[in-house]
Write a protein that binds this ligand. Structure first.
Ligand SMILES: [Zn+2]
Length: 289
């Protein structure tokens, strides 16, 4: 535990690189953009062949990695939570049986583990609220940072892939995009023994190639349905906690974007309690197919 606490200071120095730039750029991904992405997703499924040949060798290498982990996954199957939901193309979570009456939301924490990731995981664990922590490779370079990731994982949280360096993937070659995603999968597996199942693109920018790669890797990509902690008006705990619960975008299955930041960490307990008062339970990501 001492080691883990030490990691908080080191990570605090790292966060500044991504924090502000991130917020400003992500702000340009408005809700409309999110919905456009959804449409793009459907269109791109027809165009998946593009560039596929070039990457076949790389994909084969990966297949080998998956084979190696199969045994491990089988051993864990006994303790698995029942799968009740799936990701929908509009980035919401929806019940598999179609008439599940429980109202849920999906909590996601991006740009982790920076200075507050472990603290946020501890808050959520105390509240018994599930979440996905979407991590970046540039935050996972020191031993202390790796300990933080282990801590978050050991508290029971899903670890998602948010790329090695948080680039805009549309500015990269296919080879570079491959490295951004696969190197992080490898790194996460090295640290916690499991490869991420979920992927979220920096700034919500998904390319045809990255979508194809994610599918080949047996992963799922998602954007989000709403988030506010990157908007200037909500970079304080109280207004953030209020808008996250009072927004008209709150609905069954909503996918809530938050970040590893001080004010979000401070607002987290109020957000979870507020969501529950409105009748929405943060879903355990293990329940998502
Ligand atoms: Zn991000």
């Amino acid at each position: 535990m001492k080691k883990v606490v030490g990691g908080l200071t080191v990570a605090a120095l790292l966060v500044t690189a991504c924090g502000d730039e991130n917020g400003n750029e992500e702000e340009t991904v408005t809700e409309d953009d999110t919905y456009e992405e959804t449409t793009d997703n459907e269109e791109s499924e027809g165009a998946e062949g593009q560039g596929g040949d070039e990457d076949e060798d790389l994909a084969d290498d990966d297949q080998d990695l998956h084979d190696e982990t199969d045994e491990e996954e089988e051993l864990e199957e006994e303790s698995e939570t029942e799968v009740t939901h799936q990701m929908a193309s509009d980035h919401t979570v929806q019940p598999l049986d179609g008439n599940n009456s429980e109202q849920v939301v999906l909590l996601t924490i991006d740009d982790a583990p920076a200075d507050h990731g472990l603290e946020m995981a501890q808050t959520l664990a105390e509240l018994d609220a599930g979440a996905i922590f979407f991590v970046n490779g540039h935050f996972l370079q020191s031993e202390d940072a790796k300990d933080q990731l282990r801590g978050i994982h050991e508290l029971g949280f899903e670890i998602g892939n948010h790329t090695m360096n948080h680039p805009n993937m549309s500015h990269l070659t296919e080879e570079e995009q491959y490295a951004e995603i696969i190197e992080l999968n490898d790194l996460v597996e090295e640290i916690i023994g499991e490869r991420p199942r979920f992927y979220r693109a920096p700034f919500g920018v998904n390319t045809d190639y990255s979508k194809q790669l994610i599918e080949e890797e047996g992963m799922q990509w998602m954007n989000w349905t709403y988030g506010y902690d990157y908007e200037a008006d909500y970079m304080e705990a109280d207004p953030l906690a209020e808008i996250m619960v009072e927004t008209e975008l709150l609905r069954n299955g909503a996918n809530l974007l938050m970040h590893d930041r001080s004010f979000t960490s401070e607002a987290l307990e109020d957000i979870v309690n507020g969501l529950r008062e409105k009748g929405y339970e943060p879903i355990d990501p293990e329940k998502i197919e």
